[in-house]
Design a protein around this ligand. Structure first.
Ligand SMILES: [Zn+2]
Length: 238
């Protein structure tokens, strides 16, 4: 098979080899020495004759399985722990909006500031007891992963509200905040109408934050609907 010369295709291979930690050169579409060395390593690891040459067969074998592997990275679908985000389902699970009988306080691993009054610090959050443990673990994960400096830099200590018996913004049905199953974080940099690219939490450095939410059965509305990136809730959003 002839060697591939298309820079676009070579770039594809370079990207995949870089993702596999086999290549640390430029993604420039030029099959130079470093690229050849990386291809050789890949061929060696996958029982191909190590030639260092990118043929069509090599390109396909390097790139296609990787794309599938990444799609397969997502956790397998499981039965959601929390109810669907609609009034009927939420009420059945959490009780009526504004019912405070099953609320509790969770202690925060780091102090937060009220976003609307930053001189005021809080050390605990009011939340429904059914999702208290998941939110508690979520904040512990944040603290462990980002540590205090990053927590402050990223405004992960800016508390935008949890329980609040109110309707959704711009609508009449009860907000998940009225069920005490939602927490807003850093509203100033994740404003309600801001979507991907503008909202701070939509940036790549917050991928771990979103993974922590998912791991603790929580949903970030921004990731689902491309608005309200500040909002984390214990409900299932279709
Ligand atoms: Zn919210």
């Amino acid at each position: 098979m002839p060697e591939i010369t298309s820079p676009a295709l070579i770039k594809e291979v370079q990207k995949e080899l870089a993702a596999l930690n086999l290549y640390d050169g430029a993604i420039d579409g030029i099959a130079g020495k470093k690229t050849a060395a990386a291809v050789t390593k890949w061929q060696y690891l996958h029982n191909f004759t190590p030639t260092g040459i990118i043929t069509e067969a090599i390109r396909r074998n390097v790139t296609v399985p990787q794309m599938f592997a990444r799609q397969g990275d997502a956790p397998p679908p499981k039965v959601p722990k929390y109810p669907h985000d609609d009034t009927k389902s939420l009420t059945a699970f959490y009780g009526k909006p504004g019912d405070e009988s099953k609320h509790q306080f969770i202690s925060l691993p780091y102090p937060m500031k009220l976003a609307w009054e930053p001189s005021k610090e809080i050390t605990r959050i009011r939340i429904h007891q059914k999702c208290a443990e998941d939110f508690s673990n979520f904040f512990n994960d944040i603290f462990q992963y980002y540590s205090l400096d990053k927590v402050k830099e990223y405004g992960l200590d800016m508390f935008g509200g949890s329980y609040n018996n109110r309707a959704i913004r711009g609508g009449s049905r009860a907000s998940t905040h009225a069920f005490a199953c939602a927490v807003d974080i850093n509203p100033a940099e994740n404003q309600l109408t801001w979507g991907k690219g503008r909202a701070l939490f939509s940036r790549p450095e917050f991928t771990p934050l979103m993974q922590m939410a998912t791991a603790n059965n929580l949903v970030n509305l921004g990731m689902k609907r491309d608005f309200d990136f500040m909002h984390f809730e214990a409900a299932w959003v279709s």
